[in-house]
Design a protein around this ligand. Sequence first.
Ligand SMILES: [Zn+2]
Length: 319
Amino acid sequence: MQRFAWRAGFRIPCFRHLCLLVAIGASITVASAQTPAPGPPSAPAPTASAPEPAPPFATTKVADNVYVFRFGGHQSMFVVTPAGVLATDPIAYLRPQAAQAYIDEIRKITAAPIKYLVYSHHHYDHIAGGKLFKDAGAAVVAHRNARTRLEALKHPDVVLPDMVVDERSTLEIGGTRIDLIYVGRNHSDNSLVVFLPREKVLFAVDFIPIQAVMFRDMADGYLPDWLDSIDRALALDWTTLIAGHPGPGGRMGTKDDVRALKDYMTDLSNATRELASQGKCYDEAMRTLKLPKYEGWGGYAQFLPGNVERFCEYWARGI
Ligand SMILES: [Zn+2]
């Protein structure tokens, strides 16, 4: 396992071929201190006849210096320190106003520069809209595999990472330690979790949803690595899970949620394996397999057949 650390903008470590990338990121970070952050936009005048609708976003404090920004059904974490802010996923896919709202929310709390924007993984619904953060001076950080994917895809609304992480890196910003950890392949091949050991907070997106089944057919999902990845997330010492989508009632997650998710994946795998051995994959298994223990979970009715399809691919084809 490779480890390296840098202290926001003051020390530039080099190892192997990563030196240049880090140096680029650090120079951007230095520039950020001189770049004024955009202020909040002027609020539209309310009409006399209709009440102002509630904004589709909200910011919640979950620990000392740790906040969750939610916009619609997506959310991300940001960490505020006197020396700067670390933000994660812009969550502005097809809605650039989400990135502006995100930055405005940060600015209500601090005037400190946004030093880093960390991508949880490369899927657009979480990371589109990073330009405003980069323009504000943030260095964009992602797993190396995410950068490789994004360089090939060239989506116009996705900013390419300035800095990459292989296995793990540790940031210290204003006295707060923030670990960026690759927990292996799961919902993609490039999920980074953001771990705050002092605050015991974990930000992990899409591979350990809170009381929800997986999205559709778990495209881009890696089996059986996913289960190992869940174990690695469980092994970290945290008490609050911030997921990429709000839990029931908007709540954060716990280790019990992650254990339940692992049970779901195990039950789904075992049940599909049995049907595969009976020659019932794909269509019959997708139509008939039910897991009533989880029927109260988000997405159960809509996405369980797709989840079964993915495990049919694994057990009936070795994919
Ligand atoms: Zn995703």
